[in-house]
Ligand binder design. Structure first.
Ligand SMILES: *Cc1c(COP(=O)(O)O)cnc(C)c1O
Length: 374
């Protein structure tokens, strides 16, 4: 008997601490992927562990129609730390569900159907979010998907302005494209997106499932750009690995009273993990730390004079465009240097380390990259 869908790597992981994972044979790995940015405050952070333990002992689950302290605290915390005007929180269990909710909420509030999304974009794999995802390989076997999605080039403000009209319910954007190869948007582009959605009455949705929770050097990439969306979705790094997604909305979206639901919405245990994670991120000023260490890491890779085409990114969301297949390189890094990272397409190495790494760990990563590229 075996699982399917995921192809497994030949490293059995037993334990994690900070930016390190330990295999069942005792080997220590430096984790610069954080399992797709999930281990934002490092693996098994003691404050998260304590919060989860204590919540499990009190109550594992009660449905969302009964207020429970951990969930109420997370509603308030998320509304407080979200960009201004985003005070209404819907909780779910994954990134793709947060985007499904955003699609439904935007269609409901506008009474419109059309969605504008971007080439190279990634928004998840359920049939609605998948319709907004660019890659044909992910979509074609499962068609027909949700209708009414139009794609525009990422970064082209004028093409966006032409595509968005009075029939558009929402524009979905990643402030930095992750899966598509680590491409940061310019502030001017995000501002233009805000302008055209405001003019036409469409909702501007920032998918911050990968960029959120401090990853790009501010708590949200929206904050860094100074652009306020109508809906922000987040997941990955928010609860240190317990399954949680959130769709945070402006009043005009929430006031339209969307009919939606989910049995597991905001269970107390995942909320406790998210509260502790957000507390660590905010109290330890990890967004600023991510900006500093991320800048240092990008510079170090550039200065190392390695055979790479480009280094790009924001904070600790970094892409290294290499001149060979990224997957082979990642295998060499793991097996020869005990360093784990991720791909973003065929030729891009994607770095999403825990936000807690120091310059010593950045140095160690660059030395390993040097070793395998030589
Ligand atoms: C990972 C990701 C998703 C999907 O999240 P899941 O939790 O895997 O469903 C959506 N959008 C972006 C930008 C992502 O990085």
């Amino acid at each position: 008997m075996s699982g399917f869908v995921f192809s497994e790597k030949p490293i059995g992981i037993e334990r994690g601490e900070g930016a390190h994972l330990y295999a069942d044979d005792g080997t220590e790995y430096l984790d610069f992927g954080a399992s797709y940015a999930v281990a934002s405050v490092g693996h098994s952070h003691p404050r998260v562990v304590d919060a989860v333990k204590s919540q499990v002992e009190d109550l594992i689950y009660v449905q969302a129609s009964y207020p429970v302290a951990a969930r109420t605290e997370l509603y308030e915390k998320l509304a407080t730390v979200s960009p201004p005007g985003l005070d209404n929180v819907w909780l779910c269990n994954s990134g793709t569900e947060a985007n499904e909710a955003a699609m439904k909420f935007a269609r409901n509030a506008t009474g419109r159907e059309k969605i504008v999304a971007t080439r190279r974009g990634f928004h998840g794999r359920t049939l609605g979010a998948l319709a907004m995802t660019w890659k044909d390989k992910y979509k074609e076997p499962f068609e027909p998907l949700a209708g009414g999605v139009e794609f525009v080039s990422y970064g082209d403000g004028e093409e966006l302005a032409e595509a968005v009209d009075e029939e558009t319910a929402a524009v979905f954007l990643e402030p930095v494209q992750g899966e598509g190869g680590i491409h940061p948007a310019s502030t001017a582009y995000l501002e233009r997106a805000r302008e055209v959605t405001e003019e036409t009455g469409a909702a501007l949705v920032f998918d911050e499932i990968q960029t959120g929770v401090g990853r790009t050097g501010t708590l949200w990439a929206a904050e860094g750009a100074g652009v306020e969306p109508d809906i922000l979705t987040t997941a990955k790094g928010i609860a240190s690995g317990l399954p949680l997604g959130a769709t945070v909305c402006a009043d005009w979206i929430a006031d339209a009273d969307p009919e939606h639901g989910s049995t597991f919405s905001g269970g107390p245990v995942v909320c406790a993990a998210a509260n502790a994670t957000l507390d660590v991120v905010v109290e330890e000023n990890l967004p600023t730390h991510a900006a500093d260490v991320g800048g240092y890491l990008m510079e170090s890779i550039e200065d190392a004079d390695l055979p790479v085409r480009e280094v790009r990114g924001q904070g600790l969301m970094i892409g290294v465009e290499v001149k060979r297949g990224a997957n082979r390189l990642l295998r060499d890094l793991a097996l020869e240097e005990q360093v784990l990272a991720l791909p973003a397409g065929r030729t891009v190495l994607r770095l999403l380390p825990p936000l807690t790494i120091g310059e010593d760990e950045a140095d160690s990563f660059v030395a390993s990259l040097e070793a395998v590229l030589e």
